[in-house]
Design a protein around this ligand. Structure first.
Ligand code: XLS
Ligand code: CA
Ligand code: CA
Length: 447
């Protein structure tokens, strides 16, 4: 067997918080039971095939790859695709990660026409299936790349030309087939170039309706293929277009509701996309969870103020804790997971850097999970925590309860306000809670 990662001997071990080895987990202990479930099953980590195996460290000022990956060499594109798959599974096994995600074009090259592209994909899917069976690694979600090929310059489903729409439909059909064959538990629709750069040349109403038709067609096809997983819609505010139609969670929910798609979709929330919409990851996750639609997470981080999608690996413990607090409070993720939609920096070109990035980021989320579970059992923080529950206690009795059940009129409330007199101001205790959160992050002993 070709060994693409000779620098890592065997599987990365769990050594506990005292370990100083860069190739060992301090917190991620896949088999550890938490509330009766394996830690791995709470976190459901996935590697993003595109960044980790296809990324070249390119940027607008350096479009040539700086990563010299041994699996990117071969005599044909198909051979390279097969080598890449071998490298990917060697990486999954050594990292001890149980899931991955891909776009159709990450796995197999585009062919000379739609039929050749479909054949290329089917060939790589056969190989991926065998690899999955051999290793036990699963597909978290699949998707189609409807944004890189020049034909998608003006969008895919929202393109003014129905021929482009048809090409996109062909790709989604085969990407759904691939996801079904590989037992994927989700399928993602991220808007790619579905948006506009100027309204001067754009019929926004027409384009949004096209997008709705596209998603309805996909739902119909997935039903026919007996897809058992979930469809996830992934918001992003901008980039590559100036205004993406799936701007943020609230936009996505509205779109799904407006076009009668809500029953068929959940949301895949990406941290860096939250930042691009000038929200926090925490906000976007809460918005999805409150609607009962938090399906999956793309875990990465942006650089504040930069203004584009940098897709850094996540290393900020506080951010991870806030994210998992939402996930765990809603009872976890059934079909989704935590996908590392993140890339190592241009200067981190060694294959070893891929391990450091994933090990460190898996560890920070594992540590965050332990902290969140401690916070939940202490019942102090989060919407289920004592202080927040007490803040809203008035709505669980008397007049508040009547407001919530809409069993009251405006004149009745006016009368009540007159009788009750001026309300007492109560502190929101924000600073207290911020400090309590810090205690959990930095002081409380987590074992
Ligand atoms: C790009 C998106 C993309 C989706 C999958 O910004 O994050 O990678 O997650 O198409
Ligand atoms: Ca993403
Ligand atoms: Ca991104």
């Amino acid at each position: 067997m070709t060994r693409y990662f000779p620098e890592v001997e065997g599987k990365i071990p769990y050594e506990g918080p005292a370990s100083r080895s860069p190739l060992a987990f301090r917190w991620y202990d896949s088999e550890r039971r938490i509330r009766g479930r394996r830690m791995a099953d709470h976190l459901r980590f996935a590697v993003a095939y595109w960044h980790t195996f296809k990324g070249g460290g390119t940027d607008p000022f350096g479009p040539d790859s700086v990563y010299d990956r041994p699996w990117s060499r071969g005599s044909s594109e198909l051979e390279i695709a097969e080598n890449t798959l071998d490298a990917a599974f060697e990486f999954f096994e050594k990292l001890g990660i149980e899931r991955y995600c891909f776009h159709d074009r990450d796995l197999a090259p585009e062919g000379s026409d739609v039929a050749v592209s479909a054949r290329n994909l089917a060939r790589l899917v056969r190989k991926a299936k065998a690899k999955q069976q051999e290793t036990g690694v699963e597909l978290l979600w699949g998707t189609a790349n409807l944004f890189s090929h020049p034909r998608y310059t003006h969008g895919a489903a929202t393109n003014p030309d129905p021929k482009v729409f048809a090409h996109a439909a062909a790709q989604v059909r085969r990407a759904i087939d691939a996801t079904v064959t590989l037992g994927g538990s989700g399928y993602v629709f991220w808007g790619g170039r579905e948006g506009y750069s100027s309204l001067i040349n754009t019929d926004m109403r027409q384009e949004r309706e096209q997008l709705a038709s596209f998603l309805h067609l996909a739902v119909t096809y997935a039903k026919k293929r007996r897809f058992k997983g979930r469809f996830f819609l992934e918001p992003k505010a901008k980039e590559p277009t100036t205004h993406q139609y799936d701007f943020d969670v609230a936009h996505c929910l509205n779109f799904l509701r407006e076009f009668d798609l809500l029953d068929h979709f959940e949301i895949n929330v990406e941290a860096n996309h939250a930042t691009l919409a000038t929200h926090s990851f925490h906000h976007e996750l809460q918005a999805a969870a409150d609607a009962g639609k938090l399906g999956s997470l793309d875990i990465n981080s942006g650089i504040e103020g930069v203004g584009w999608d940098t897709d850094n690996f996540p290393f900020d413990l506080r951010e991870c804790v806030c994210a998992l607090l939402v996930v765990q409070t809603q009872g976890g993720l059934s079909h989704g997971g935590l996908n590392f939609d993140a890339k190592v920096r241009r200067g981190s070109f060694d294959t070893l850097d891929l391990f450091h990035a994933h090990v460190g980021a898996m560890d920070v989320f594992a540590r965050a999970l332990l902290i969140v579970e401690r916070m939940r059992s202490d019942r102090v923080l989060g919407t289920a925590g004592k202080l927040v529950r007490e803040r809203y206690a008035g709505y669980r009795r008397g007049i508040g309860k009547r407001i919530m059940s809409r069993n009251v009129t405006l004149p009745e409330l006016e009368e009540y306000a007159l009788r009750a007199g001026e309300p007492d101001l109560r502190s929101g205790r924000q600073e207290l809670l911020e400090s309590m959160l810090n205690d959990y992050l930095y002081c409380t002993t987590i074992e």
